[in-house]
Design a protein around this ligand. Sequence first.
Ligand code: FES
Length: 144
Amino acid sequence: MTSIFRAAIVGGDEVEVVLHLNGQIIDKSEWKVIGREALYVAVHGLKSQMKGPLSSLSVPEGRSPEQLLLRELVLKIKGLWGDAPSDPELCHCRKISQANVERGIILGAHSIEKVRQRTSANTGCGTCMPEIEELLKKYLQPVS
Ligand code: FES
């Protein structure tokens, strides 16, 4: 069986992997990487893990944009990433999409204040705060 997993920054870097699986075992992986050199280097480090049991795949812990993209990719492979949003617009006051908030987080906005500065989300009524906090956790909280 083959499965495709993808992580991308809106309008920026992108990584996609096709896994050839035999049950819970990775037989082979094929990669497509579009982005800066740092992403190629980070992918090279992850490639060596892409053979053998899915359970032994470790989640990247760094906070650079490249590591956060690969973290997303690995969590998707492990089935721990969660569903896509039902409403792509996260902040209705400022008409900011969830994808733009995610882009801000991946590129370094690692607090509510920085998300506000970078995206202008959560600078109106404030009711989108829980969704932004959830995204910050999703991208930055260590996986137990
Ligand atoms: S919905 Fe985001 S500030 Fe109002």
